[in-house]
Write a protein that binds this ligand. Structure first.
Ligand SMILES: [Zn+2]
Length: 386
């Protein structure tokens, strides 16, 4: 087939929050904690006046878990080392004093989310950082992006102002945190899309991530024996979605990584469908581990899994905790064969479609995880194919 020279839609990415990486310490390339420590020390020397240092890239399977004393030795001011999953972080003593919810020196899920929101760049900084980040995404062929966690009005204001100035290089569709639902400025933004920016739906985090053992799984993790966690009850999800729909947020998007979380999203959507709502197009973000008997349920709802082929990476790193259930990860083939529409996004790990395409075609471990180039490109929404 010919590949049109247009561009890709990244259906799950985070430009207005990950752009912070341009001014913070990007240690994602560090292969060991020793390498990361050297990068962090150099970043602190280069930026001596900050009152908080934020590091991106802690990968437990390659760095291990750095000790709190190691983090304390790097600086007297706050130091936050974010996990690659963006569902948790390690804090030094000074940071732990600033942000509640730290257990040991780990903060995760709701408490991490609050820390991440509190330390997000404000509108003026975003007006500089978003265009820079978009420039980088453009070089990767991305022409349209779904920003999957817009949690502050500063992010919305920055997008709208950039579009007003004609400086929004990438078409942007935003999905918002429930904390904004009571803000009247959100309703105004939803009702008034601009040429390249619109707010489309509510984003809920139903569970966490495999990397920090918070993805909600039916069978316990082999190493910790836990099942992960649900961050909202079914009733809470139903109530929040109903509220968002009345505000004009037409497309709910629920994060679900573990198989039990995916099944719970389906329970929620089925309840709302029985209540008369049209669930076609409602999204399941990641939909990473799927039990075969849930696939017909997804089809019946018309729900859309928004998946990350690059999460095949987990097959090589999480055998210790998932064992045979690795096979449940990213079942693209049976989903497509059943007639389910799937969409792909990078989740910024890394950005751009190229790595995902490589994983979907060539780095599957099981046949369920492998699809063709054409199927992959359609899921990336390349113009002219979907
Ligand atoms: Zn994400």
């Amino acid at each position: 087939m010919n590949i049109p020279d247009s561009g890709y839609t990244d259906h799950h990415t985070h430009p207005s929050s990950r752009c912070r990486i341009l001014t913070e310490c990007d240690a994602r390339a560090a292969a060991t904690w020793d390498e990361a420590r050297t990068m962090i020390a150099a970043h602190i020397v280069a930026n001596p006046t900050r009152d908080l240092y934020v590091v991106h890239g802690w990968n437990q399977s390659t760095w291990g878990t750095p000790a709190q004393a190691d983090l304390d030795a790097l600086t007297d001011v706050g130091l936050v080392v974010i996990n690659v999953s963006y569902h948790g972080a390690l804090l030094n003593t000074a940071a732990a004093e600033k942000f509640p919810g730290t257990i040991g020196h780990l903060v995760s899920e709701k408490d991490f989310e609050e820390l991440a929101i509190e330390t997000l760049p404000k509108c003026d900084d975003l007006l500089v950082a978003i265009p820079k980040y978009h420039e980088y995404l453009s070089t990767l062929g991305v022409v349209s992006a779904h920003d999957m966690h817009v949690a502050t009005m500063d992010q919305i204001d920055a997008y709208r102002e950039l579009d007003r100035r004609g400086e929004l290089a990438i078409d942007t569709t935003a999905f918002v945190n429930a904390r904004l639902l009571d803000d009247p400025r959100l309703v105004e933004a939803v009702a008034n899309p601009s040429p390249r920016f619109r707010v489309a739906g509510l984003k809920l985090f139903l569970d966490g991530a495999i990397g920090v053992h918070t993805a909600f799984v039916t069978e316990p993790y082999l190493d910790t024996h836990g099942h992960g966690m649900l961050r909202h009850s079914k009733d809470e999800c139903v109530a929040l979605i109903k509220k968002s729909l009345t505000l004009g947020l037409a497309t709910p998007a629920i994060h679900a990584i573990g198989d039990a979380a995916v099944a719970t999203v389906l329970d929620v959507y089925e309840e709302l469908k029985a209540d008369g709502h049209d669930t076609r197009g409602w999204r399941i973000e990641h939909c990473e581990m799927v039990r075969p008997n849930d696939i017909p349920r997804i089809l019946a709802l018309g729900a859309v899994p928004v998946m990350q082929p690059n999460f095949h990476w987990d097959l090589d790193h999480y055998g210790d905790r998932l064992g045979d259930n690795l096979r449940l990860i990213n079942p693209f083939r049976p989903l497509l064969d059943a007639g389910v529409k799937i969409l792909f996004g990078s989740d910024g790990m890394p950005e751009g479609p190229k790595v995902g395409i490589e994983y979907a075609m060539n780095r599957a471990r099981f046949p369920e995880q492998q699809i063709t180039l054409e199927e992959t490109l359609i899921a990336y929404g390349i113009t002219g194919l979907d």
